[in-house]
Design a protein around this ligand. Sequence first.
Ligand SMILES: Nc1ncnc2c1ncn2[C@@H]1O[C@H](COP(=O)(O)OP(=O)(O)OP(=O)(O)O)[C@@H](O)[C@H]1O
Ligand SMILES: [Mg+2]
Length: 262
Amino acid sequence: MTNLIEIKGVTHAYRTKAGPLPVLDNLNVFVPEGEFCAVVGPSGCGKSTLTRLIAGLMKPDQGEVWLHGERVTSPRKTVGMAFQNPVLLEWRTIIDNVILPLEIVAQRMPQRDREERAMHLLEMVGLKGFENKRPSELSGGMRQRASLCRSIVHKPDVLIMDEPFGALDAFTREDLWQTMRDLRAAEPFTCVLITHDLRESVFLGDQVIVLSGRPARTQHVLDVDLPADRTIESLYTPEATDMLHLLRDQIRLAQGRDGGAH
Ligand SMILES: Nc1ncnc2c1ncn2[C@@H]1O[C@H](COP(=O)(O)OP(=O)(O)OP(=O)(O)O)[C@@H](O)[C@H]1O
Ligand SMILES: [Mg+2]
């Protein structure tokens, strides 16, 4: 399997008034095409920085980021992003929000095809019938579903998600995890998910990367050996319980490595 994402020896420091703040330290991450890579690590260790580097929104001081065999040096249209806050445009309907990326990257696509594609996704995530509502008329979970559709409507090579389910209640979050798995079963795409939720990382991930405290290095890589058709119940099996314990221990270790407040 070829790697879709290759992060090789990436080191980065932010320039702050108090001097350089090292955030990533010789980080190596490899994500094969079609895989789901979950990333966990102590608060402030550099996870969001990593997403910005993959998206080409920043350049690392040292090392290289490769996507689909090309060196990433500038922002890419082939990367979809999703964040904790769904940031939908209030003056647009749900379907028009979902269509937005197509207006930018698929300018020649007929409007009818755009709408068909958006409706297909909205139906898949259970939002059929809400396409003409405004974002404020939907619940937080529904807004996040719409936002997910928007992130993948243009079929990006990779979807990068930075704590997308963090603001949702536990049950809504579990529903969204299942939706995420359904979406990927229907059209496989490579994913990088930043999360603080270890159960989420095991439920969704093919691999879970534990980053060390700042500056982040790879503390541990876990291959999630659970069935592809896993359900929430799979998280209560002895195998999953062992994985969750291991991840918890690794995060504790990682916190011990944290360079402390700057
Ligand atoms: N633009 C910036 N300039 C200076 N320092 C920054 C900048 N962005 C982030 N930092 C600092 O770099 C460190 C890593 O930030 P980052 O947001 O990548 O961490 P994180 O792992 O995503 O944190 P969290 O778990 O809280 O989301 C933090 O100490 C943060 O304060
Ligand atoms: Mg962050």
